[in-house]
Write a protein that binds this ligand. Structure first.
Ligand code: ZN
Length: 74
């Protein structure tokens, strides 16, 4: 039987940490139902921003300009 499995790396004892995409805090990947976020809170916040439209690109679409163009009405 191969022996390489008996020498488990110690790094494996710690679950891999990763920076939370929301708050940049180091978070645990294992036993984390909110991954890739550090917590459910960050997850909800991030999802909320998307739903709220806070992540929209700068500069409104050309749609807004046609509205002001119709100022004249005879
Ligand atoms: Zn976070």
């Amino acid at each position: 039987m191969p022996e390489f499995t008996s020498d488990a790396p110690r790094a494996n004892r710690n679950s891999p940490a990763f920076p939370c995409p929301r708050c940049k805090q180091p978070s645990q990947w294992e036993n984390n139902s909110s991954r890739p976020f550090c917590s459910e809170r960050c997850k909800l916040i991030d999802l909320g921003h998307w739903a709220d439209g806070s992540y929209t690109l700068p500069g409104d679409p050309v749609d807004g300009e046609s509205i002001t163009g119709q100022d004249e009405e005879d």
